[in-house]
Ligand binder design. Structure first.
Ligand code: UD1
Length: 423
């Protein structure tokens, strides 16, 4: 296990190229199960979750070749297997994305029930509701979701849950429905750009999907899908993280290979929090850290402020000249990083799903522990701004979802090293 050792108080300066979106690449890879022809994906980030999905697809009878660092070629060797085992699913909850494609094309799926995680309970009732609506028989047994249906049938359904729409739930049902008989209408669909990206790729494979990116998606079932060559969208969460890095260190970072349109709300929120953001083109922007100002923010489904940027924003406004209020509307328990930030001198009071962050003049280095991927990124940002030495433990969480994070930060001038962590 590794840790980061960071010496802070260096304003980050330079240019960073944003990687392809993890949350697009994972379902796109799962979509390869919908065809026996080769699927070639470009702009796939080189990170742990992708390697976990490669392991899962290999287990399910695919041969995955990494053609250059960011291009995957996925070919079918066998279509007999239909199980996503616990050993793989426990490493990455997004493994559930194979449920829809397996059921849609192989008529059967046995997927380990993903448990909760440090950001709180992670139910999959909406995925199950969608599969049942399409005619699947579902039995939960021995920790597995066992789903069977020789031929799914299109139908209308509402996928809205008590915390809003589900991103992976929408993607799963969409993938199951592309090969179903007849037309499926999903109301209460997630509108995230990653859902639209998946639909665009599926359409290129021969699917007939309209409305993806809005809350109503219509899928006309087709007989079969063919192979595809497709490029994923840029990672908007990685982009937001580097905007926060400029903000918290008072630096100036140019982000390239990004998609400014997908960042509208984060740009607005980080601007209010004192980052001067200059948009140079639809793929390039400059973020300049100025005086950090307090904000009042709610995380909500796209197009609103993403929960996946909450920890990074919180780290930044610990240094604001006033009181910020951050409400978590998607994962109400997602505040484990707050206590770690307090160990660095932050003043944060969490009450239920609301964090009140009273700005302090400075943070000081400490040993802190990453509890999940985005919390880990938030703690690294805090370390980059703090006085003295910060050690961020359990960075395997960060490795799951940030491509070459420390290399990218070092190229911007950060003093950050990876070291083995003795337990
Ligand atoms: C995806 C993202 C994750 C992000 C999250 C919310 C991927 C691989 N991961 O996760 O980075 O933080 O969206 O933007 O794309 N819910 C239910 N029942 C379900 C499913 C979800 O109640 O069956 C609830 C969840 O507990 C949560 C809310 O719905 O409160 C949204 O979760 P969801 O959109 O499903 O998250 P994921 O798709 O798992």
């Amino acid at each position: 296990m590794d840790k980061y050792v960071i010496h802070g108080e260096i304003p980050l300066k330079g240019t960073v190229a944003i990687s392809g979106a993890k949350n697009s690449s994972l379902p796109l890879m799962a979509a390869s199960l919908l065809t026996d022809e080769p699927v070639i994906l470009h702009n796939v980030p080189d990170l742990m979750d992708i390697r976990t999905m490669i392991a899962l697809l290999t287990y399910l009878g695919k041969k995955v070749t990494i053609e250059d660092t960011h291009t995957l070629r996925i070919e079918e060797v066998s279509s007999q297997s239909y199980e996503a085992p616990y050993d793989i699913v426990r490493k990455m909850r997004a493994s559930i994305a194979v449920l829809g494609p397996l059921l849609g094309r192989r008529g059967r799926a046995r997927v380990s029930f993903p448990g909760g995680c440090t950001i709180g309970p992670r139910p999959v009732d909406l995925h199950i509701r969608g599969m049942k609506a399409l005619g699947a028989e579902i039995v939960i047994e021995e920790g597995y979701i066992n789903a069977t249906c020789p031929k799914l049938k299109g139908t209308s359904m509402n996928l809205l849950g008590s915390f809003g729409p589900s991103v992976l739930g929408t993607e799963n049902v969409m993938m199951a429905a592309v090969l179903a008989e007849g037309t499926t209408v999903i109301e209460g669909a997630a509108c995230e750009p990653e859902v639209a990206d998946l639909a665009q790729c599926l359409n290129k494979m021969g699917a007939k999907i309209s409305g993806a990116g809005t809350s109503v998606i219509t899928i006309e079932g087709v007989e079969r899908l063919h192979g595809v060559e497709y490029t994923t969208i840029p990672d908007r969460i990685e982009a937001g993280t580097f905007i926060a890095a400029a903000g918290i260190t008072g630096g100036e970072i140019t982000l390239t290979n990004t998609c400014v349109a997908h960042l509208a709300e984060p740009i607005e929120v980080f601007s209010k929090a004192g980052v001067e953001i200059e948009i140079l083109s639809h793929t390039t922007l400059v973020a300049r850290g100025k005086t950090i100002r307090p904000v009042e923010v709610e995380t909500k489904p796209y197009p609103f402020f993403p929960t996946d940027l909450q920890a990074q924003l919180m780290a930044m406004v610990t240094l604001a000249d006033g009181i910020s209020i951050i409400s978590e509307k998607i994962f109400p328990d997602r505040f484990l990083h707050a206590a770690e930030l307090c160990r660095m001198g932050a003043d944060i009071h969490v009450d239920g799903a609301v964090a009140v962050v009273k700005g302090v003049p400075r943070l000081s280095g400490a040993s802190i522990m990453a509890s999940d991927l985005r919390a880990g990124a938030g703690l690294v940002l805090a370390g980059l701004a703090a006085k003295g030495k910060t050690e961020v433990l359990r960075i395997y969480h960060i490795d799951r979802g940030y491509e070459h994070f420390e290399e990218k930060l070092r190229a911007l001038g950060a003093d950050i090293q990876r070291r083995p962590q003795e337990e």
